[in-house]
Design a protein around this ligand. Structure first.
Ligand SMILES: Cc1ncc(COP(=O)(O)O)c(C=O)c1O
Length: 405
């Protein structure tokens, strides 16, 4: 059935440094105070904090340029599920208009953005929590609900932040084996124990791109005991075909233990600004806001998100470009005989065999994708859908790496 405490979190670098033992010397003394060694400082934190291995982000373009001596302008980055169209022009204009007010703190309650989201999703503002990216919403949920002695349930191969958010509270992780690279909801329900307070469900999931039909997700939420909060992470929702999109904002009316989380980082093209939001009933929203930093979403981000939310034309372009790119990548993988997981997001997980070597060859060709060995998928790479010419660059470099030219 389920496993318990994971050996490390899947977002972590495989060989990330870890501080095993506490005090009593060993490492170098602090430069400014010879009585304080690094090990002693590390020992000040709880063991569960010391056991955290840092999140491994996609390789920045500048880093590849420096390391491999490649001209930045020629590098293609398909590693972080960002929007290849860039940010919407409407959001850029809104930010320029907001610049004049930067000496002031942002609206802590995010009135204008909440009003726009509330209108869009047919919920009251009191049901909304704004986040510094939806990552923040995941962390707020963990901080509000978890502590040592409690547990959180999530799926193998699911988004790395679920492990991090759980571990940083000292709670126990119950990692449920995946089925066909996706969530096994029946097993996840069975894995819930009396001390469980949180379940994370990603739909679609990252890094696998798998999708659960809305009816199955709602049946799962309905079946979860009331002492457990479900975080339904829908970061890639806008990339789904319209008929597959769940009416999850309305599910929140029925389920007081449900948080739906969404982001402006993907289809809305604002990853660098860090804006996301959670929808939940007021009692749960109140808990999230108790652990939220007062000014967690800056004023430029709030202004840009309001504009992006109203920019249906940009969203439609993002969607259309992604569908065409997904079709291209998946059909080319088929022609190459490479197994891949059918994707419902803006990226595809593809099995290339010696992923380290293939990745190295791609980097030399100036193409950055995401190795996923840290998720326990050492033969796979995750590639984000790019602009048409970026997809072609990637495919050419991949064929070269595989000796298939
Ligand atoms: C499934 C999933 N959830 C949440 C996030 C967090 O995104 P952000 O914090 O940019 O909203 C990501 C980012 O890649 C993701 O893949």
């Amino acid at each position: 059935m389920s496993t318990t405490q994971p050996p490390s979190n899947p977002g972590a670098a495989a060989a990330a440094p870890r501080t095993a033992a506490a005090p009593a010397g060993g490492s170098a003394a602090h430069a400014s105070d010879p009585r304080v060694s690094d090990a002693a400082v590390a020992g000040l934190a709880p063991a569960y904090v010391r056991a955290i291995a840092p999140y491994q982000a996609g390789k920045p373009i500048g880093e590849l340029a420096r390391e491999y001596g490649i001209d930045e302008r020629t590098i293609v980055k398909l590693a972080s599920n960002e929007n290849p169209l860039g940010m919407p022009e409407s959001a850029r204009l809104a930010m320029m208009a907001a610049v004049g007010d930067l000496a002031r703190y942002p609206d802590s309650n995010g009135f204008d953005l909440k009003a726009a989201i509330a209108r869009r999703y047919g919920v009251a503002q009191a049901w909304l929590t704004l986040g510094n990216g939806s990552n923040d919403i995941l962390e707020l949920a963990a901080h509000a609900m978890l502590q040592p002695g409690l547990s959180a349930v999530y799926a193998q191969y699911s988004f790395a932040v679920y492990a991090l958010a759980t571990q940083e509270t000292g709670a126990r992780a119950i990692v449920v084996p995946a089925r066909d690279h996706g969530h096994d909801l029946r097993a996840m329900r069975a894995a819930i124990v009396p001390d469980t307070r949180l379940v994370f469900v990603a739909n679609p999931n990252n890094p696998t791109g798998t999708f659960l039909p809305p009816a199955e997700v709602e049946a799962f939420v309905a079946d979860v005991p009331p002492h457990v909060v479900v975080v339904l992470d829908e970061a890639y929702n806008e990339y789904l075909e319209p008929e597959l999109r769940a009416d999850s904002a309305q599910w929140v009316r029925k389920y007081p233990n449900l948080i739906v989380s969404r982001t402006f980082s993907k289809a809305y093209g604002l990853a660098g600004l860090r804006v996301g939001f959670g929808i939940a009933q007021p009692a749960l929203t109140d808990l999230l806001n108790r652990v939220r930093q007062p000014f967690n979403v800056n004023s430029m981000a709030q202004a840009a998100a309001v504009a992006a939310l109203g920019d249906d034309a940009f969203l439609a372009r993002s969607y259309a470009m992604n569908r065409a790119g997904l079709d291209l990548l998946q059909s080319e993988f088929e022609k190459l005989g490479l197994p891949y997981v059918k994707s419902y997001g803006n990226f595809v997980l593809v099995r290339v065999g010696d992923a380290r070597a293939v990745n190295e060859s791609l980097l030399r060709a100036g193409v950055i994708v995401r190795p996923v060995a840290n998720y326990g998928l050492p033969e796979w790479l995750r590639v984000t859908v790019g602009l048409p010419e970026e997809n072609r660059r990637f495919l050419a470099a991949l064929k070269h790496a595989l000796g298939r030219v």
